[in-house]
Design a protein around this ligand. Sequence first.
Ligand SMILES: [Zn+2]
Ligand SMILES: [Zn+2]
Length: 260
Amino acid sequence: MRVRLCWRRDGRNPNEKKYAAAQLAAHLRQGGWDATLEHIISRDTKRGLTHNLLVQRDEGAIIFAALIPIDSLHAIWNRQREVSDDLQRRGLKGQAKKNHAQNGTSPTVWLQDDRTPSGHEVADALWHWPGVIDLAMLTPFLMESVPTDDTYDDCPLPDYLSLGRDEGERVPVVRSEVRRDPHVRRAVLERAGFACEREGCGERRDFPGFLDVHHILGAEKSDRVYNCVALCPCCHREAHYAPYADDLNKQLLEHAKRFG
Ligand SMILES: [Zn+2]
Ligand SMILES: [Zn+2]
């Protein structure tokens, strides 16, 4: 599961015990709120994660621990957004103007909102969702911080011989691809002088196939030279998987746009 911490309660905000919420992303992706949610969910699903655990801590105690099946996350967020809109329409949101679910640039899931008499309706949308469990309710005592002995490794050593196999079995695979023009690929490699175009990198090798041509906004969006950069394998992985991939892609797009 992916564990996400709710906003900290550190005594700085006098209201802080009245609400609990967790942000799902540092910033929005291209495509907006729903695209950001889908990205998070498909990324986590690919990693084999099945749940999000949203944890609100208050000094030594865990007061909420919402265990959310990953395939319900988007729908729950949507529902909270609708409820928040609805409170707004009914004039029940007090001074708050923005939607609960859209906090700055982050999709946000709410576990508690007691700042106004009706705010709890947003959190209720989470707690009433089928399959959502509050693990904190299963813990009848306040947890005290007990020093734990983590000097030993509690993961059993893997039995390497039981992993994998020697003779691979072939399985047929059907997949669809976006058609790409080989001339675009060629033009980008030539433009790049056959070296990685990421600023400060410039890696090159003297054999064809070393460089990848990365479609910054995706090949489906545009297979044109101004959406493509030549990248070495490391930079290409970073552009897809690094936590700062969005910033890197912005920088790459700035570079590629000059050729549009
Ligand atoms: Zn790529
Ligand atoms: Zn590179």
